[in-house]
Structures are given as structure tokens and as C-alpha cells.
Write a protein that binds this ligand. Sequence first.
Ligand SMILES: *Cc1c(COP(=O)(O)O)cnc(C)c1O
Length: 448
Amino acid sequence: MKHISDPNQMSLVDRSLNAVWHPCTQMKHHESLPLIAITRGKGAWLFDEKDNALLDCISSWWTNLFGHSNPRINQAISNQLEKIEHVMLAGFTHPPVVALSEKLSALTQGHLGHVFYASDGASAVEIALKMSHHFWRLNNKPQKKKFVCLENGYHGETLGALAVTDVAIFREAYGELLQDVFTVSSPDARKAQAGEDAEDVAKHAAKKLEELLQSEHQNIAAIIVEPLIQCAGQMAMYSPEYLRLVRALCDRYDVHLIADEIAVGCGRSGKFFACEHAGIWPDFLTLSKGISGGYLPLSLSMTTDMIYRAFYGDKTQQGFLHSHSYTGNPLACAAALACLEIFETESVLEKNIERSNDLANAFAWAKADARIEHWRQQGMILAFDVKSESLKRPNTFSREMFTASLDEGVLIRPIGNTIYLMPPYILSTDEAMQMGASVQRALDRALA
Ligand SMILES: *Cc1c(COP(=O)(O)O)cnc(C)c1O
């Protein structure tokens, strides 16, 4: 920190730039890019220090489901706060973690009946990877230690999760630190050639996976995928047929399927779990982001009874010896339970069908816009790409579009030339229309 005689004379933003190292940011860009100090939120809106309103079109990094300062979630957390704020989960348990685990298990009809907790998404991925390999060790197949991931996939930024991530910008500096993995073709529907559809692309991609498994399955523990939408990978969407084919290949070649639903779970895809679109269950399913409604850090990895049983025995080392200090935090579990109650009592998945129609209507202009291609939607995610020939300054487009949107009162964060909307599930029809019109004006400006 720079030496400052009186921090009170500096703006909050300048104090932040001085003392806070912001995530996923080249700090120098803030010399021109605004840093926004948010002091409160309500519903789909964030408010800055001067009480300027910003429509949160990306659910605060895909976490917020039911709006900021939601009364039911606020109440659930403050009720829990009166009881117990935290207790370790090794040797202890508590009502919210039990109720949450039972509800999640029931949502999978018991297929994934054992829930292991952590705090952030990357840790839930680490847990699934470690559990998978440990399972094979316990089954006398210790050579099954390699992981397969998809081209353009994203699973977090700790070293294990980053190893199975294929987003160059996040990996570049750390390649030397990462274990070797197999990266297979993405089923991204945008790859369809003339006369092909998303299902054809899915079949081609599954064929590539099959070739790899044929020769290498003895060394492979698991394949990890983001079901239906590779969110950080520019919202690449694909056919559920791919998941069905991968499930069958995993069964045939004795390889685990890890479904990373950290971004696409909790109703985002249109069903509670994205895997439900394909009618399959994975061997491991990770959740985070939306599970606490965007309130508190909470993540988890669910698995089957068969895998759980392999770890069950007299020897300590046969157990899954992994932990985080805040594993299964009661406040976070109480927030998650409140969210699941909202899903149940307010028929959220049914109502989201109308909301996703609102979203489509609000962005109908983009479908017809000659500057845009690959307009796509899955549930409460809508995305489209600005054609490369329409970009005047390709390298700075995402930042310019971000800034232009702020001026229009909407918060979006384009990924490269992909503009996407991932709003909370409380958006009114009017708010959706406002979002569509504001983004259109911002795009006109960013491309001017
Ligand atoms: C965000 C994300 C992660 C990582 O979660 P963090 O909480 O940021 O560590 C992992 N997988 C997917 C699919 C994600 O979108």
C-alpha cells in the first residue's frame, strides 16, 4: 500500500485500487476502466455510492438467483445467526447441512445421495478429481490417474481445476505447474458445418472421445464436462445428445463422469440440474455459485452410493481425508435451504419458462442484426457473438462494451466478442425489455 497521510480524503475507489488486488484484472486497466463501488443492492439492481442504479444482467458473476437483499434469504440467514454461525463438520453436524444434503439428494432421486462440502467452486472440482482417482486406487487400479477435459472448458483456477481448464488466458502463466491431461474436442454447436445440426457436432465430438478411451481408458480416472453450456468458454452451447453419448462411453470404458454444474446447475439451464435435459446422472456432480443464492461461499460435490461405499472401512486412510475450514458452514447452508424453498414454493422452474421467453423477446433485435451471429439461448442464459468483421478494435471490444453498458445503466461482462445475459430469476418483463434496449444502444456505441 502506498503511504497515504489521510485515507479519508481519498475516494473509496482510489482506496480500493491502492489496497485491494482485484480478481481476474490487469490492475493498470483501471487507469481508464472504471472501478465501481457498490454500496447496496435490491432485486436485480445494484446501487453505487451516488445511488446510480445498475441492472445486474449477469447475476453478480452467475451467483445471484433471487435478487440482491432477498427478504426470505435475509431472514433465513439471520434466523440461523441466532443459533450457530459455524461449527466444524469433522465430528460434528448441524440441522442446515443435514436438511440441505437430504434435499439435494432427493432432487437427484437418490442417485447422488452423498454430499461433500467446500466453500468455492474450484475446491468442489478438486474434490471430485481427488475422489475419482482415490476410488480407482481403492479398487486396485492406481494407474487410473489421468483426467479428460473438453476443449474450451472451464473448471476453476486452483492448480488441479486449472489443469482441466482449457481457457488459454487463465493457463498461460501456469502451464509448468499443471498436471498433464487429455483435452478432447468440444461439442460446441457453433462448429456445425452446412447441413449439420448440434446433434451431428455432438456425435463427432463423442467419436473423438471414444478413440481416446479405446486406447487410454486404463490410465483415465474421469472426464469432466460442463453440461450443455461451456459458460466461461464464451457460452458455447451444445446438444444433450453429447451427455448421453459420454455417459454410455464412461460406462463402457470404466471411467467416471464428472458433471461440473457450478454455473449451469440450480435452474440456470431450465431444469434444476442441466444433466436432466439428457436424462442421465453423472458419477460426481459439483454445485456452487447459485446454490447459496449468491449470498455466501458454498460449494459441494455429490456422488453415488457405490463410490461412497468404496471409502467406507476400518482404516483411516481408506476414508476421504480432505477438508476446508468452512466446510458446510451453517449460514451458507441456511441460505441454500432458503433458495431451495423458493424453488419449491414459488414454482421457479415453471415461471422461468416465461422469463426466458421475455429474455428472447428483449433480444429479438440481436437475432436480426447483421453484425451478430450465433444467437443462442438455453434457459436463463442468452448469448450471441459480434462478427469479427464488425469489430473495429477486437482487442478492446469487451472492455469498451462493458463501459458503454455501464453508461446505459446495465452491468454486462462480454467474453471476447461474446455478449451474454444471465440475469437473476426475478427479472420482470419490463426489466428484461429495458435490458435488451440498453444493451442494443451500448453495442451501437461500442461498435461506432
Ligand atoms: C465459476 C466456475 C468454477 C469455479 O468456481 P469458483 O467459485 O470461482 O472457484 C468451476 N466450474 C465452473 C463451470 C464455473 O463456472
